[in-house]
Write a protein that binds this ligand. Structure first.
Ligand code: AMP
Length: 451
């Protein structure tokens, strides 16, 4: 039987969690040496069958925190699922997250004989219906498609032993509360329930009262640990110069893989179009794109076939792509939490990362809120040709210029790193420059010295 219950050496970090060998082996092969704080605290309670309220964001290792005990409990109690039934259900707000969580279950459960499937909207339901026919041990789903398939009687929830609500606050923001309530009214009362949320507003606390039974409460503080590793910089720029600033910034070869955040879908498309014009390989991921197009864009980005992925907040929530060297906020978000989530896409799994935020006059207030909440002043880079002193001087008592952030420049005559701000030539004429109209990068050189 694969579910060998011999546990592993306690000296090993994961050995303290009493995981069964097949799971421990899978985790070791992932090169996880120590459990993260949420894993350390959550796994023992979840293995005992307790309900849990986890206040944790993506990047903390929360997926493994619930996936490992779910796998273990299912494996220790092997059953052939009834037709169309599900033993463990994970609800998550977006398709990308659903796929990611399902992949994690596959990885951690690869030495177990458990079957699982993932369902989400935007694709043909037929293959999903087919995969549910024989019943599954683990189902990862987005609420809309789950309800559709329930209404069509393609699955049943009366055999659920474990129920996870992931990113609960985001689900509420996205208007999923009625769907969630409908779904959990169909799930047996005796289940084990787990709720993860990055924040705990009143609405979530109300939800937890119905959803959880005497839960263990665990809060981990990812921003501090994750965000500390991220170098954060702000570049003050007039709104109309943001596109040109982006092109210039991307000339830096040290920006190997950049995730750019745009406020709107239209804005994201426009950025991609402009970057493609100047031969920067870029693609977009947002809610207007079909599911196959989103998956394709993500795949190309993961494989390094496109260097830049432009995303909106919802599409990118929880995205886990290795090796994102830079997150660029083309627009600053008005919610601090989104800022923390966005920049957390870099510096994953112990790597370093940099977050650059383009801030125009209308976004100074957002920056102020962000700095107040993360309890640090974001360093300013004023050493770029589009620096706006007007935007900069809207905020007082900031720390000094951060100076250089870009290294290993391909274009020597791009003066990001070398030109002092006071010598910066005004880029006002750039938009009308003929080369700019043809989509070429204009390199603004320092005016030759007359001496
Ligand atoms: P999550 O917060 O679940 O999205 O996980 C964030 C990233 O951390 C994923 O890439 C995981 O593979 C990775 N991860 C999870 N647990 C550990 C661990 N104990 N050690 C190292 N990396 C981990």
């Amino acid at each position: 039987m694969l579910t060998d219950t011999i546990t592993c050496s306690p000296q090993d970090g994961f050995g303290t969690l009493n995981l069964i060998k097949p799971i421990h082996r899978a985790v070791r092969e992932e090169e996880y040496t120590l459990p993260t704080p949420i894993q350390k605290q959550a796994v023992p309670h979840l293995l005992q069958g307790r309900d849990l309220l986890g206040c944790a964001q993506t990047g903390t290792g929360k997926t493994a925190a619930f996936a490992l005990p779910i796998l273990q409990r299912l494996a220790e109690n092997p059953q052939v699922p009834d037709s169309k039934s599900v033993r463990a259900l994970v609800l998550t707000p977006t398709r990308e997250l659903a796929v990611q969580i399902s992949e994690s279950f596959k990885v951690y459960g690869r030495y177990l004989k458990l079957n699982q499937t993932v369902i989400y909207g935007g694709v043909r339901p037929k293959p999903q219906i087919h995969s549910l026919k024989r019943g599954v041990d683990i189902l990862v789903a987005t609420p809309g498609r789950l309800l559709d398939l329930l209404n069509q009687r393609c699955l049943r929830l009366d055999k659920i032993d474990m129920f996870v609500l992931d990113e609960a606050d985001r689900m509420l923001d996205m208007g999923f509360l009625p769907d969630i309530k409908k779904i959990y009214s169909m799930v047996p009362k005796s289940r084990q329930s787990i709720l993860f949320s990055a924040t705990l507003p009143d609405e979530i606390l109300r939800l937890t009262r119905d959803f959880l039974n005497d839960p263990v409460k665990i809060t981990v503080n990812p921003p501090a640990s994750t965000v500390e590793k991220i170098e954060q910089r702000v570049l003050f720029v007039d709104r109309e110069n943001k596109g040109a600033l982006l092109e210039s910034v991307l000339q830096d070869e040290s920006i190997e893989r950049a995730l750019i955040f745009a406020r709107t879908k239209h804005g994201a498309n426009k950025i991609v179009k402009n970057l493609n014009k100047v031969r920067v390989k870029a693609d977009a991921i947002h809610g207007n794109k079909s599911q196959p197009a989103r998956m394709e864009a993500l795949k190309k980005f993961r494989e390094g076939k496109v260097r830049v992925l432009v995303a909106t907040d919802i599409a990118s929530r929880g995205l886990d792509v290795e090796g994102i060297t830079h997150v660029i906020n083309f627009e600053l978000p008005n919610e601090v939490e989104s800022y923390v989530h966005r920049i957390g896409r870099t510096a994953r799994a112990g790597a370093a990362g940099m977050a650059l935020s383009f801030c125009d006059a209308g976004e100074r207030g957002y920056l102020k809120n962000i700095e107040r909440t993360i309890n640090r002043v974001v360093k300013v880079v004023d050493d770029h040709p589009y620096h706006s002193q007007t935007v900069a001087s809207k905020g007082k008592n900031r720390n000094g210029a951060g100076g250089k952030v870009f290294g290993n420049r391909k274009a020597k005559n791009n003066n990001f790193t070398s030109r002092p701000a006071e010598r910066t030539r005004k880029p006002s004429g750039r938009k009308n420059h003929p080369a700019a109209k043809q989509g070429k990068i204009v390199r603004l050189r320092r005016r030759p010295s007359k001496s």
